[in-house]
Write a protein that binds this ligand. Structure first.
Ligand code: G3P
Ligand code: MG
Length: 243
């Protein structure tokens, strides 16, 4: 049976602190096909990789990420409470391109523009991806579909996907109408009537998050999804018979 691609969610975040260089390197070492990560802008306009809009959960700092400069954030500890990784830093997007450059991994860049819109983030990330010659290895996604459309406007060749969580009717048609390449549904959505069939007919890739449990990894494989986004790439690769 075909294996879905395995994309490490926030890097290999089941094993190392999420969204750190260590987690991305580990994903590559484990043989993942790609990584998913979240981008935001610092106060001084630098693209950094971090999931929450606030830094309280993942660092020893507190408050809104947008209120700190890159230098200030770099002086904080982003080990997410994992003492084996004490001193882990918040990475810039440039640092992630650098660490993955010589691997074959793709990068699913999620624009974190749901609460704070970060004006200029779309322009900055498209420019940085181009400067690094990663256009063919990046797929952009966001829960903010205006952000995804902005990416397409800036780079019509860019690969894009709509992230969503809730049970919306006719997402395949919506994706096709807006010209995106993929849907990124929360796991349970793939069970909706004819969902996978319609995506196949409309040639929309299905990249599912966040699939950690063996039972659901298997369900995704049986359904024929394009990629699973998982915290446990090693486990997924083993289950799909690739390790
Ligand atoms: O991109 C997949 C997944 O990361 C979306 O949700 O909240 O983990 O960024 P979240
Ligand atoms: Mg994400």
């Amino acid at each position: 049976m075909n294996s879905p691609l395995v994309w490490a969610h926030r890097g290999a975040s089941g094993y190392a602190p999420e969204n750190t260089i260590e987690a991305f390197q580990l994903a590559a070492d484990m043989g993942a096909d790609g990584v998913e990560l979240d981008v935001q802008l610092t106060r001084d306009g630098q693209i950094v990789v971090c999931h929450d809009e606030t830094i309280d959960r993942t660092s020893d700092g507190a408050g809104w990420l947008k209120d700190y400069t890159l230098d200030e954030l770099k002086n904080m500890n982003f080990d997410n409470g994992n003492k084996a990784y004490e001193g882990a830093e918040i990475p810039t997007m440039q640092e992630v391109f650098d660490v993955l450059r010589d691997t074959g991994l793709v990068i699913n860049i999620e624009l974190k523009t749901g609460i704070i819109f970060y004006p200029g983030l779309e322009e900055a990330i498209v420019e940085l991806t181009k400067a690094n010659h990663f256009e063919d290895r990046v797929i952009y996604s966001s829960f903010n579909h205006y952000s995804v459309m902005k990416i397409k406007e800036l780079d019509p060749q860019a690969k894009t996907g709509f992230l969503y969580a809730d049970g919306t009717i006719d997402m395949p048609g919506y994706a096709k109408d807006h010209g995106v390449d993929a849907l990124h549904p929360a796991l349970y959505n793939i069970q909706f009537p004819d969902f996978m069939k319609q995506c196949r007919e409309k040639e929309i890739d299905v990249n599912v998050w966040t699939v950690n449990d063996g039972k659901y990894l298997k369900m995704c494989q049986d359904a024929g999804v394009h990629a699973v986004i998982t915290n446990y790439p090693k486990k997924a690769l083993e289950l799909f018979g690739r390790k």
